[in-house]
Design a protein around this ligand. Structure first.
Ligand SMILES: NC(=O)c1ccc[n+]([C@@H]2O[C@H](COP(=O)([O-])OP(=O)(O)OC[C@H]3O[C@@H](n4cnc5c(N)ncnc54)[C@H](O)[C@@H]3O)[C@@H](O)[C@H]2O)c1
Ligand SMILES: CC(C)[C@H](C(=O)O)[C@@H](O)C(=O)O
Length: 353
């Protein structure tokens, strides 16, 4: 399996170095023959190549079997015309990675303030309330006068259908429950369509039960009783916000692994950002990126019918859980280790089998 590896900004180089060590250890133990191709994007690429992502990089990623993308300091990127493209958006759109799968679960050995839970946010990843993602409609933020801006939100039948199908298929492998999160009381046409389509797709999965919540009330429900949820399907920005919440409720944003998946490509990427407040201090939690890497291996294993990749993914999930239970973790999840030392502990456990 060929994986392009891009460290990103802020804590990215630290957490990606650790993740690469884990991938190499998994490759050795499970004979995966991983071919890791290191490259750059974001600030590093802007400095060296005059653009945060280059056309050559896109071709390289297209030709590979997967991409590991580190966090990007996207706030700094103001002008696409000057090469300042948000790499997350760029790969999600260019490779049509329409499903952003963001699991959140508690782990034995860590205090679960809200009780144990295990859920997955399935976030639509290619449209919605994102100015830079609606290029097909000519962008979606308009300066009408110096004092008035209009931001548009694009929702399409195709994207609703495919994200709903991803959620129901995932639910069939879990507790067979899907929760639809929306704002149809206000966005009556767009989110009305989203709910209708989710229910229509749900008819293909009669074993899966369905409920729905308005996004604001959902914040209360998920904090009150996260264990009532299994798979949560929602539109892009609601999913972005909700998945940070669920990751933090599970113990830390630093546990927020995620996979951006399309039909032919996938990208492992932590749910959080570049965390400039803790960058360069060897204290960032690498588990989010390590779990994302495991999700990428699992995606490839399922797609290619190659059991060794599924086994490697399962082993990484187990080893992370064991490391947390043993306190071999960073301080945000109750441990005392640094980023590097946490990675070394994971590698040791993985190699020991
Ligand atoms: N996928 C991405 O590349 C992505 C996602 C979100 C934000 N961003 C960008 O990242 C930059 C910083 O954003 P922000 O500070 O608002 O959000 P952030 O997600 O980087 O950080 C939020 C908080 O969580 C903590 N945190 C994040 N990851 C952690 C980890 N692995 N271990 C321990 N603590 C962790 C940070 O220290 C901070 O206190 C911005 O430019 C933003 O646009 C990028
Ligand atoms: C940085 C930002 C543009 C990005 C998004 O909203 O898609 C981020 O929040 C994420 O979840 O990857």
């Amino acid at each position: 399996m060929k994986i392009v590896v891009i460290p990103g900004d802020g804590i990215g180089p630290e957490t990606m170095a650790t993740t690469v060590d884990v991938l190499e250890a998994a490759s050795k133990r499970f004979n995966l023959n991983l071919d890791l191709q290191h490259d750059i994007a974001g600030h590093e690429s802007l400095k060296r190549n005059g653009a945060t992502v280059t056309p050559e990089l896109l071709e390289k990623v297209r030709a590979a079997d997967g991409l590991m993308l580190g966090p990007m300091a996207t706030y700094d990127f103001k002008d696409e015309a000057k090469g300042e493209v948000n790499p997350s958006k760029f790969f999600r759109k260019s490779l049509d990675l329409y499903a952003n799968i963001r699991p959140a679960r508690t782990y034995p050995g860590m205090p679960a303030r809200l009780g144990e839970f295990d859920l997955v946010v399935v976030r639509e990843n290619t449209e919605g309330f994102y100015a830079d993602r609606n290029v097909e409609s000519g962008g979606s933020e308009m300066l009408i006068t110096p004092d008035v801006v209009i931001s548009l939100r694009r929702i399409t039948r195709l994207c609703c259908e495919r994200i709903a199908r991803s959620a129901f298929e995932l639910a069939m492998t879990r507790k067979k429950h899907v929760t639809i999160v929306h704002k149809a009381n206000v966005l009556k046409i767009a989110d009305g369509m989203f709910i209708d389509i989710c229910h229509q797709v749900g008819k293909e999965f009669p074993e899966v039960t369905i409920d729905d919540f308005i996004v604001d009330a959902m914040m209360a429900h998920v904090v009150r009783a996260p264990q009532r949820f299994d798979v949560i399907v929602t539109t892009n920005m609601f999913g972005d916000i909700l998945s940070d919440l669920t990751a933090e409720l599970s113990g830390s944003l630093g546990l927020g692994g995620s996979l951006n998946a399309g039909t032919d490509h996938a990208m492992g990427q932590a749910a959080h950002g570049s965390a400039p407040d803790i960058a360069g201090q060897n204290i960032a939690n690498p588990f989010s990126l390590i779990l994302s890497a495991a999700m990428l291996l699992g995606w490839y294993g399922q797609r290619k019918g190659q059991q060794a990749f599924n086994d490697a993914a399962a082993a990484i999930f187990d080893v992370v859980a064991d490391a947390i239970a043993a306190g071999e973790a960073t301080r945000d999840v109750g441990g005392k280790l640094g980023t590097k030392e946490t990675g070394e502990a994971v590698v040791r456990r993985l190699a020991a089998g």
